[in-house]
Design a protein around this ligand. Structure first.
Ligand code: B16
Ligand code: MG
Length: 217
């Protein structure tokens, strides 16, 4: 039986991907090149520094580590400005309903996000009370597709990986779940998330009954 659900944040519970996108686009524009929405797909679920490396590759630029730190810091300052204005209206459809249902049914809930800004987002949207454990980018050593973030979540909830279900919108996140030996549910398009055990287009399609049905042995 399922004992715990682990949720990615950006792209699953809230749509912060658009703020990451605007901030990276602004940086690209300062550096003199264009960055489009298709390029942005490659940055989803990836850590901040790895995202910068992809951006610079697109712009055909290279810098020393110190300059790269400064560029990442600049992007982050803009991003934090944007997410500081977020509120509960930016929670993605179906999220609250499903989180409430999980709580009522006694299934534990953890956050498993790569973001170092997760607490700002959870506080501003009022999502904090729905979590029994919060694992974010400030608590991990290795970024997705490494399974660390989800293994730490399971540990915090006292659940075995076989009793955990992961919700993810990024390919790197699905791979992390698979490597953690957890059941994965992709949130988004079946093409990008073909490696997930199951795919929904949004959490509106989820319920505890559905969860039980999907994970029956
Ligand atoms: P930050 P998630 C990820 O969050 C985002 O999807 C990814 O685009 C971002 O680069 C990463 O967090 C790091 O975020 O710069 O705020 O530390 O999807 O794992 O919740
Ligand atoms: Mg995500």
């Amino acid at each position: 039986p399922i004992k715990a659900c682990l949720f990615d944040l950006d792209g699953v519970l809230v749509d912060t991907a658009k703020y990451h996108y605007i901030a990276w686009k602004r940086l690209a524009s300062e550096l003199g090149f264009d960055f489009n929405e298709k390029d942005n797909e490659r940055l989803k679920g990836v850590s901040r520094m790895a995202s910068l490396d992809i951006l610079l590759e697109i712009g055909n630029l290279s810098f020393d580590d110190k300059t790269k730190e400064a560029l990442a810091e600049k992007k982050n300052t803009w991003y934090v400005e944007y997410i500081s204005k977020m509120d509960a209206s930016e929670i993605l459809p179906g999220s609250l309903h499903f989180l409430k249902e999980l709580k009522e049914s006694g299934i534990k809930v953890a956050l498993g996000s790569a973001s170092k800004n997760a607490m700002i987002i959870l506080n501003n949207t009022g999502l904090v009370p729905y979590f029994d454990a919060i694992i974010d980018g400030t608590k991990t050593q290795s970024a997705k597709p490494d399974p660390e973030v989800f293994l730490l979540g399971a540990q915090a909830l006292n659940a075995h990986p076989s009793e955990c279900v992961v919700f993810e919108d990024a390919e790197a996140g699905i791979e992390a779940a698979t490597r953690a030996h957890m059941y994965s549910i992709g949130v988004g398009s079946p093409e990008t998330l073909s490696k997930a055990n199951f795919v929904v287009s949004s959490l509106q399609e989820m319920s505890v009954a559905r969860l039980t049905e999907l994970t029956l042995p």
